[in-house]
Design a protein around this ligand. Structure first.
Ligand SMILES: [Zn+2]
Length: 200
């Protein structure tokens, strides 16, 4: 077992925040329902504009500061109020927008194993990427480390693609996300492996 978790740890001062992730607070969150255990991890992919892996448009979107006139694609994002708990950029940098104890707005209309409104009981991780490019080794390393850390605080039992819980509406993280690689790395780290239980 490698010490892949080095660099990420739970904050002792701020519940649900991860030290080692760059904290970029998003106003797009609210309280989770009382008594709703967080047992689902949802994997997403995003790039803004699509296929461009530079700039700060994703964090601007999640903090409601995106200049929607700056690119034609951004016009459809006007008035959108969304967030995720985490973003892992191409080189492995981890950003956190919402404490994991709070509800981020990443899943939208969704259903997992008969349960609606997945935001209530899930943590959302965005990988910077598209359906056209492989994700980077640095992203897999950080995703595994982050998953292991999250499982220390939350009773994660399942991991799903956004496309699993919003089929037909969402494509991400797409065909280039290597589930076998991700789940094998969790297994190799000795973690209880969350099952990818498709909601299809
Ligand atoms: Zn998504």
């Amino acid at each position: 077992m490698t010490r892949r978790g080095v660099g990420l740890r739970w904050s002792s001062a701020h519940p649900g925040r991860v030290d080692g992730a760059r904290w970029v607070p998003s106003p797009n969150h609210d309280a989770r329902p009382v008594g709703s255990p967080v047992d689902l991890l949802v994997i997403h992919a995003i790039s803004l504009p699509p296929d461009r892996f530079s700039g700060d448009a994703i964090e601007a979107l999640f903090t409601n500061t995106l200049d929607c006139d700056a690119h034609p694609y951004f016009d459809q994002l006007r008035d959108l109020r969304v967030s995720a708990h985490f973003l892992i950029r191409r080189r492995g940098e981890v950003l956190q927008f919402v404490a994991t104890d709070a509800r981020a707005w990443h899943a939208g209309v969704s259903s997992f194993a008969g349960r609606e409104r997945c935001n209530e009981f899930s943590i959302g991780i965005e990988l910077e990427g598209t359906e056209r490019h492989p994700f980077t080794a640095a992203q897999y390393r950080r995703l595994v480390a982050l998953t292991l850390l999250l499982a220390q605080r939350h009773p994660l039992r399942h991991v799903a693609a956004h496309s699993d819980i919003a089929p037909g509406r969402k494509w991400d993280p797409g065909p280039h996300f290597d589930w076998g690689r991700y789940l094998a790395a969790l297994r190799a780290a000795g973690a209880p492996e969350p099952a990818r239980t498709a909601a299809r």
